[in-house]
Design a binder for this molecule. Structure first.
Ligand code: SF4
Length: 506
């Protein structure tokens, strides 16, 4: 039986072309892998632009790289190759495809005459996905009906739309590594650093990763993935379960905001250091109350690999401004509208006035930009009884409903949690590995959650840096000592009281 390989190089990052693996790039290593597997004449690279591929490998340009277009190209490529039962689908930015794992997948694929074979539980970039060419026509139709982007999970996303129609086989990793969010592929500066760390250690096989990663959490901290910024101290509500009023008093009476030029310089530094980043402008305060929110959004989104997250009460928005932002950047702005309850009385108790305006805004956003808008409730003892109604009600409008765990902010607020979701075994904090928080004056605390009660007020006891004085990268480095302490299980006292260490923002 013949084997074909298709390498998806659409939307390829320039990091995948850097020759940093003994003079080879990620793309070259993937081509080498495919050539070892299939020989010449059996490999197709799909890309939006010309790429340097070795002789014997066919390059096809794809103008509009949706999954439908990718799968159509796969079908056209496989159609004349009679007797092929495995099409190996690879990503061009993954330098560590594993031959042993691939051989096991092929064996399983052949043995059970599978239509789709994949490995689960490994970080991205070790295992290819295998397709039987006979399902390509139906996959093209399925992808076309659902308009699915050709990103790393695109193929599985297509199959999920009608998963019971296909014969699927899976190899499970000996240890499930998905929760680490470790991604040694060359799609961002952060992930390239992770890949290079493994390369320098000569730990590049899938088995190495299974053995090594859980014992070496230090590999997980490279560059920030998620930046919280407080752009205003004003808030439209004085929520009863939120620590912010206990930090500053009634935030409805406050008005100071981060100046636009200062925020812009922070974004320039952050984008230059990280390249790809998610920026959440809702650390504290209501972003709609910033006097120049259009300017704030523009300073974030002028950097092409940075996305903007807006967590909001849904109050105070100028809909003309929202429409103009979404018309310009819809795919790169994500909204979370915090409602907490659909019941007027409970809403009043938790958040105060404003349910009608907040609900109208949430409905408008969900209908207008369903992929970009999430509706959120924090799950706590107070609203537990209402939560099912909330969930059922909103899922009639949108699939994107978030039930967020209650946060006691390192034990500084009463425990209103309904269920303990902590893992049995504690791990180094994901927030220290991936996030940085910046307050209005540029202060960088240990993290968003590390609050302490002092003289009746909530404060950040540790203020480790100031981005406006020390700069973005130096501030990130100031968090390294706390991360190293976590890696040796020497948790600071404030972290001992916190149960947010296993949660992720990005
Ligand atoms: S354990 Fe909690 S307090 Fe400590 S850094 Fe992580 S999120 Fe912050």
């Amino acid at each position: 039986m013949a084997t074909l390989a298709v390498i998806n190089a659409c939307k390829l990052s320039s990091h995948a072309l850097q020759t940093c693996f003994n003079g080879r790039s990620a793309l070259q290593r993937v081509c080498d892998f495919a050539q070892n597997l299939c020989g010449t004449g059996k490999i197709l690279v799909l890309s939006e632009a010309e790429l340097p591929v070795p002789a014997g490998i066919c390059l096809q340009l794809v103008q509009d790289p949706t999954m439908a277009a990718i799968l159509q190209a796969c079908a056209d490529f496989a159609q004349p190759q009679v007797g092929t039962d495995a099409l190996v689908y690879l990503q061009a930015d993954a330098p560590f495809y594993d031959q042993v794992l691939c051989d096991s997948l092929l064996e399983l694929h052949h043995k059970y005459r599978s239509e789709y074979t994949f490995a689960d539980g490994y970080p991205p970039g070790y295992a290819p996905e295998l397709l039987h060419p006979r399902i390509l026509t139906s996959l093209v139709q399925l992808a076309g009906r659902n308009n699915i982007a050709s990103d790393r999970d695109g193929l599985f996303t297509v199959l999920q739309k009608d998963i019971n129609s296909y014969d699927i086989e899976t190899i499970l990793a000996p240890r499930d590594l998905r929760s680490y969010r470790f991604s040694p592929v060359c799609d961002s500066r952060r992930n390239l650093q992770a890949a290079l760390s493994l390369w320098k250690l000569n730990k590049i096989s899938a088995q190495d990763c299974v053995d090594w990663l859980p014992e070496h959490p230090e590999l997980l901290r490279t560059l920030p993935a998620f930046l919280w910024v407080q752009i205003t101290e004003a808030c439209a509500q004085n929520c009863s379960y939120c620590p912010y009023p206990q930090m500053v008093g009634d935030p409805r009476l406050l008005s100071a905001s981060m100046p636009l030029d200062q925020f812009g310089r922070l974004m320039d530094e952050a984008a230059s250091a990280c390249d790809e980043l998610a920026v959440d402008v809702s650390l504290w305060g209501e972003p709609s109350l910033h006097p120049d929110f259009a300017g704030i959004a523009g300073r974030v989104l002028q950097h092409p690999h940075v996305t903007l997250l807006i967590e909001t009460s849904g109050l105070g928005w100028d809909l003309d401004l929202v429409r103009s932002l979404m018309n310009k950047w819809s795919k790169r702005i994500h909204w979370i509208v915090s409602l907490d309850s659909s019941d007027e009385g409970m809403y009043q108790k938790l958040r105060g006035d404003g349910l009608a305006e907040a609900r109208d805004f949430a409905e408008y956003m969900s209908r207008s930009w369903p992929e970009q808008t999430h509706i959120q409730a924090v799950r706590m003892q107070d609203n537990e009884e209402n939560l099912e109604n909330f969930y059922r009600g909103w899922t009639k409008t949108t699939e994107k409903v978030i039930i967020q765990k209650y946060d006691s902010f390192a034990g500084s607020l009463p425990d209103r949690q309904v269920a303990d979701l902590s893992p049995l075994e504690r791990m180094p904090c994901r927030h220290l590995a991936r996030d940085m928080a910046v307050l209005l004056d540029g202060t960088v605390p240990l993290c968003k959650h590390a609050l302490q009660r002092q003289n009746g007020k909530l404060v950040y006891p540790e203020r480790l840096a100031n981005v406006f004085i020390e700069g973005f990268s130096a501030s990130w480095q100031r968090l390294e000592a706390a991360w190293q302490a976590h890696c040796t299980r020497a948790y600071p006292e404030i972290c001992e009281k916190c149960d947010e260490y296993h949660t992720f923002n990005a």
